[in-house]
Design a binder for this molecule. Structure first.
Ligand code: ADP
Length: 491
């Protein structure tokens, strides 16, 4: 296992260490600018490549030109050694801030190459001088500026001509070919160097433009960031204010509900007492009442009942709003419950002579789990409204299963509710006819209570109605059934 790890790390490290090694060999001086560093590093790299190449060319030259391998003092060999030394010196300079001197040294290797032409009068011209001339073309053209290349070129030609006239020999041919080669090669360096400088200048301009647009972009970014930060701070402040306002509103609402709840409770106690005593009086258990007094007590009883009903609605609503409504979950026999509701309201149907039907779908389980009191409040409120707003026709109560659980549907053939009112009648104290001359009594709390109770039971209420034809209120509720002592929920 350990072996594998070692092997992997070795294979990974090799190219990296080669790269680091090469980078450290061509690393320019830190005192140079970016552009200069680039040129210095190129010079170092070129020298490193050319030194072994030059050594090989020189060795081949010695082998090819000399019958005697020990003859190392031939002018070509000396010229090669000098040229290699110059490239090595140039490499040394390339690592310092004076790298340009190094570039001149490399180009001087071209002049060194002329030396054999001066001393060797016999044709053909050896290969080494040509190789070093080519070397100076490449390095000089890549590193030196146009002026430098021009100086080096002139120096090379002058040295060559000077050497020729110095070793004037009437029998020897004038070295036309090397001269043309030297002139051409220097001319070529000049062109390469000029082109490179022109390109470098264009590149420099482009880099400057790029830098400028980068700076502008950075400025714009900074401005944008500042604006975003400002806007975020503003938004955070607004959010904090809104949260604080919401907290105050919630607290106020809670206090209001608490107040209503307490007040309703306080009002209910004396009203219950009134209700109790009037019942006793009407039952003849207290004092003997004259028919007029009995009528008055009956009115007191009916009004206190209404007031009690209103207060109960208030109490329920405020309990729900204050989050103090605790729903129970007890087994309920739906048949029995529907029968109970029928008994409670059939007197209203009889009073108005309305047809009243109650249906419990056989699909429904016999027993479900729920809060009987809350369900009764929903159904009785809906039925009370149906009888109140229906003059003729019929009212129906239907309990059945639905996709989402089960439903309590109360339908009537009453006055109906106009579309615009269907949106607000579930709000507290809202009625279709809210004027003082309205025909029907009521407080506008019944439907609000129905909706809140149904929502508390995880259900929802819907309404379909047409003016003059009737209304259908449907409370959709999740079905909680008793399954082997476990509670199952269908929704
Ligand atoms: P209340 O009946 O005490 O006024 P509700 O909240 O129960 O308060 O009803 C609000 C209003 O909705 C009623 O005043 C009435 O205008 C309208 N409404 C409710 N049920 C019916 C119905 N079955 N038919 C016609 N209008 C209805």
């Amino acid at each position: 296992m350990a072996n594998i790890v070692t092997k992997t790390s070795q294979t990974k490290d090799t190219p990296k260490s080669l790269q680091t090694w090469w980078q450290s060999l061509t690393k320019p001086s830190d005192a140079l600018t970016d552009r200069e560093r680039e040129r210095a590093s190129s010079l170092a790299a070129l020298c490193l490549v050319f030194i072994p190449l030059a050594i090989m060319v020189s060795i081949f030259g010695v082998i090819a030109n000399s019958s005697d391998l020990r003859n190392l003092s031939s002018p070509e060999t000396i010229a090669s050694i000098v040229a290699i030394l110059l490239v090595a010196i140039s490499y040394g300079f390339s690592r310092t801030r004076y790298f340009m001197i190094g570039a001149y040294f490399v180009s001087l290797s071209a002049i060194t190459a002329i030396i054999p032409i001066i001393f060797v009068t016999n044709e053909p011209i050896p290969h080494e001088p040509l190789f070093f001339l080519a070397l100076s073309v490449v390095i000089g053209g890549l590193i030196l500026d146009t002026r430098g290349v021009f100086i080096v070129g002139i120096l090379a030609i002058v040295t060559m001509m000077g050497g020729y006239f110095y070793t004037w020999d009437t029998t020897a041919d004038f070295p036309v070919a090397p001269l043309i080669f030297t002139i051409c090669s220097n001319f070529l360096i000049l062109i390469v160097s000029w082109l490179r400088e022109r390109n470098l200048e264009a590149l420099h301009q482009a880099q400057l433009a790029l830098q400028q647009s980068r700076d502008e972009l950075a400025d714009a970014n900074q401005t944008l960031e500042v604006r975003v930060a400002e806007r975020t701070a503003e938004l955070e402040e607004a959010r904090d204010e809104a949260l604080a306002a919401q907290r105050i509103a919630n607290e106020n609402s809670r206090l209001k509900s608490e107040f209503l709840s307490t007040m309703s409770h306080e009002l209910r106690t004396p009203l219950n007492a009134i209700e109790g005593f009037t019942s006793i009086m009407l039952g003849g258990m207290g004092i003997e009442l004259s028919p007029r007094a009995e009528d008055m007590v009956r009115r007191v009883s009916s009004n206190s009942k209404r007031l009690l009903h209103l207060i109960n609605d208030f109490l329920d609503l405020s309990r729900i709003e204050a989050g103090r409504l605790d729903l129970t979950s007890e087994p309920i026999n739906l048949e029995e419950l529907a029968h109970k509701w029928k008994n409670e309201v059939s007197i209203l149907a009889d009073e108005k002579g309305l047809d009243f039907t109650v249906t419990v779908s056989p699909d429904l389980p016999q027993t479900i789990l729920g809060d009987e009191e809350a369900l009764s409040k929903v159904a009785i409120n809906l039925l009370g409204n149906a009888f109140k707003f229906t003059k003729e026709g019929h009212v129906s109560l239907c309990l059945e299963t639905a996709d989402e659980g089960w439903t309590i549907t109360v339908a009537d053939t009453g006055i109906g509710i106009p579309p615009h009112a269907q949106e607000y009648i579930f709000d507290e104290f809202r009625q279709v006819d809210g004027s003082s001359k309205r025909l029907y009594g009521g407080t506008g709390l019944g439907l609000a209570l129905v909706q809140k109770l149904v929502r508390a039971m995880d259900g929802r209420v819907s309404l379909e109605s047409e003016v003059g034809k009737g209304s259908t209120f449907t409370a959709r509720l999740p079905l909680r059934i008793v399954k082997n002592d476990n509670v199952g929920v269908t929704s």
